[in-house]
Write a protein that binds this ligand. Structure first.
Ligand code: ADP
Ligand code: MG
Length: 709
């Protein structure tokens, strides 16, 4: 007998009277009037039966083990089952109702405050009851204040005596009766008095192949599992659906755009690109060469290119971007390079100017340019008098008309969502997109967040680089650190000094960038020390960066504004104070600012004596490895751990059921499956893919697609 039949037999006794469709409003359910309908909608986003069904438990509590009352000790969380033996109201002190329960071994009092008449009516002598709560022993008497309880009248308890789901609730929801208990009641009413039309797009056989339960089973069991394993299996199945719908959306969307963009490239002679590569002051690494070759091939193909270029910090992605741009330019197309900060835009502009032949017209757009200057550049762009345009995201917000934009490159933009990417491509009517990640991305995140992109990887860094030496010290050792700094400064090197806060704050005793800056200034009177952070005006920021790049600044004190992209090969020491306050990816990104030149580089992580275990782990990982791909996976693991039976991983993804830290296999399977389905569409239903049953009619899939941006 399979799980499903066992399950149906177990609950088959409860007759399902009414059929209900997934898109019926929740107001179809008993007790859900106008007011409750509106609160459910506003506070929990629940409007239909389907929404309610997919309202996932936040976690579960195990109340499945029944205890004898006689064995219950003070302070324990217990679940006991018994019969009501009495009910009385006490007016001594705060008004309360006392209900006594006996299980034959002992008696226990339940005490309720509040609407005592409500409780008085409920608890009639002789009724069987299961309760859960914390035992309090008072004058030798066992009691529980406001226990969870279930009457065993229909044989199906949802609050006690089982694995109990806990739901997200808000104060308003709670006041309307939708605390966890209220949701359980509502879901019980839905699941056990109705026949819901749930159709599964996976067949029995496919489910078995994927080792996943069927959809109907999962939607029941996610709420009312017999054990935690059932809950997790159900969660996995629902996660599969999420990734499936999402991937289907990406694949069909991409398929659609591929069919709708018409463009032709003449075969390029590759003169510009070859020249560019020949004139570089270094030899490309094998990985760079291979990446350029792959990207060229994508660019030359009939279908639009969508590529994520993954490479560790310092692996030389910029050269790949510029080199492939020349392919497009040789074919008379324009290229837009979008970067997250102005500092970076200027740097890329300088690099491009330096390496690319002066016959190619390169323009820079920044927020600080005057209106007339901007207008002039806009004119060049619309007349085709600009080949490469570099700027921040303003590049696409402003009223710029490109003459023939063929290639968009997005650099260092790891927080740029799927939807924004798609919008950008549509708006610019641009067929080719290259996204360059700031740091390596764990595979599971990559497959979801960047699921619409093909991945090209640069694994190795330029061979002439010495690995960065990473050391950690407590801040007490600062004098020793100053001595070493002096040594490197005297050798002609430059130093970054990074701190998390701009200025001192009364709320914390963290050292700020400002106060460290003043200390360094007085300790290094013969050297030029400067301070940079987000509140410094753009103009000043830029002149400081320019001076650091030219070598006239020796020590640059900074917050994380220098985190992304900045490239100053002569700087070989990165000191990060309060390293315990930074995430792994951020530390790695910061460290990537050094190790770019011929000199041995150092990264020094300073932290107070007392730090959290996770912070200590992060610092340890940093001192042990310089492999960005490894660090990315560790980062995900560290961020994921520490969660108990939590379903939703806050901040890590927008999926409801998917656990990005553990579900790589699910992601891969669901994606493959979605891909296969898309390929079917390609051959059979090409023109009407939008009407496809999963995309057009299924509200759930539409919602998932629209959620992820
Ligand atoms: P990232 O991948 O972090 O964006 P960059 O493109 O900024 O890295 O490159 C880092 C530095 O390495 C730059 O100074 C760049 O000129 C240099 N570089 C790039 N490719 C090579 C190479 N093949 N050999 C030596 N240096 C290189
Ligand atoms: Mg870069």
């Amino acid at each position: 007998m399979d799980d499903m039949s066992r399950f149906l037999i177990r609950y088959g006794t409860l007759q399902k009277k009414n059929s209900i469709a997934l898109d019926s409003p929740v107001s179809c359910l008993k007790g859900i009037g106008e007011k409750k309908t509106s609160i459910l909608k506003i506070e929990a986003g629940i409007t239909t039966i389907e929404d309610l069904l997919y309202y996932s438990p936040r976690r579960y509590i195990d109340r499945s083990a029944l205890r004898k009352i006689i064995e219950c000790n003070d302070g324990e969380d217990v679940t006991v089952s018994g019969t009501i033996t009495g009910c009385s109201i006490s007016v001594q002190g705060k008004k309360r109702i006392i209900v006594t329960l006996s299980d034959g071994t002992d008696i226990l009092s339940m005490i309720f405050f509040g609407n005592i008449f409500y409780f008085k009516e409920k608890f009639t002598e002789g009724l069987p009851l299961i309760i859960s709560g914390k035992i309090n022993i008072h004058k030798n008497k066992k009691q529980i204040f406001h226990p969870e309880y279930d009457f065993c009248d229909d044989g199906f308890n949802v609050n006690t005596g089982r694995i109990v789901p806990l739901y997200r609730s808000t104060e308003k929801l709670s006041r309307a009766g939708f605390d966890s208990r209220g949701f359980r009641k509502l879901l019980k009413e839905l699941l056990y008095s109705h026949k819901i039309g749930i159709t599964d797009f996976l067949s029995h056989e496919e489910c078995r192949n994927f080792s996943l339960p069927e959809l109907e089973y999962s939607l029941y069991k996610i709420h009312f599992p017999e054990n935690l394993n059932e809950a997790d299996l159900s969660r996995k199945r629902l996660a599969f659906n999420e990734v499936y719908y999402f991937s289907l959306y990406l694949f069909t969307r991409r398929h659609y755009s591929e069919k709708n963009i018409h463009y032709n490239f003449h075969t390029a002679e590759m003169k510009l690109q070859n020249n560019f590569i020949k004139n570089l002051p270094f030899r490309l690494t094998a990985d760079q060469e291979k990446s350029i070759e792959i990207i060229d091939k994508y660019l030359a193909s009939e279908t639009p290119m969508n590529v994520l270029l993954q490479g560790d910090v310092g692996s030389g992605k910029t050269v790949v971007a510029l080199s492939t741009s020349l392919f497009i330019i040789e074919n008379r197309g324009q290229v837009a390079i979008m970067v997250p900060t102005e500092v970076l835009a200027r740097q890329h502009y300088a690099t491009a100017k330096k390496y690319i032949d002066s016959s190619i017209k390169i323009e820079l757009i920044t927020g600080s340019q005057g209106t007339t200057e901007k207008e002039e550049i806009y004119k060049k762009i619309s007349s085709g008098d600009a080949d490469i345009i570099i700027g921040t995201h303003a590049l696409f917000q402003e009223k710029i008309e490109f003459k023939n934009l063929q290639y968009i490159i997005i650099d260092e933009q790891h927080k740029f969502g799927v939807k924004q990417r798609a919008a950008l491509r549509d708006k610019a009517a641009c067929p080719n997109l290259l996204v360059m990640s700031a740091t390596p991305i764990p595979r599971s995140l990559c497959l979801t967040q960047y699921g619409d992109l093909d991945t090209v990887k640069i694994g190795a860094k330029p061979a002439d680089r010495l690995p960065i030496k990473t050391l950690s010290f407590t801040t007490e050792r600062i004098n020793g650190i100053y001595n070493s700094m002096l040594k490197y400064l005297n050798e002609g090197r430059q130093i970054y000094f990074v701190l998390p806060l701009i200025e001192d704050s009364e709320k914390t005793d963290l050292k700020s960038a400002e106060s460290r800056y003043y200390e360094l200034k007085s300790s290094f009177p013969d050297h030029r020390v400067e301070l940079i952070h987000s509140r410094i005006e753009t103009e000043n920021k830029e002149s400081i960066m320019k001076d650091f790049l030219s070598g006239s600044i020796d020590i640059l004190v900074s917050t994380t504004v220098i985190e992304v992209g900045v490239d100053v090969p002569n700087a070989n020491v990165m000191i990060i104070e309060h390293a315990e306050r930074f995430g792994l990816a951020q530390l790695h990104q910061l460290r990537g600012r050094v190790g770019r030149g011929e000199h041995q580089s150092f990264c020094i992580l300073l932290h107070p004596e007392k730090i959290s275990d996770t912070a200590a782990k992060r610092i340890k990982i940093m001192t042990e490895t310089d492999d960005g791909f490894k660090i990315a996976e560790m980062d995900l693991k560290l961020r994921g751990s520490g969660q108990l039976t939590g379903i939703k991983q806050h901040g890590l993804n927008e999926f409801e059921f998917l656990d990005i830290t553990r579900d790589l296999k699910i992601i891969e399977t669901a994606r493959e499956y979605a891909y296969a389905r898309t390929m079917e569409l390609k051959t059979h239903e090409e023109s009407q893919y939008k009407e496809h049953e999963f995309m057009g009619k299924n509200t759930r899939s539409r919602r998932i697609a629209s959620l992820l941006s």
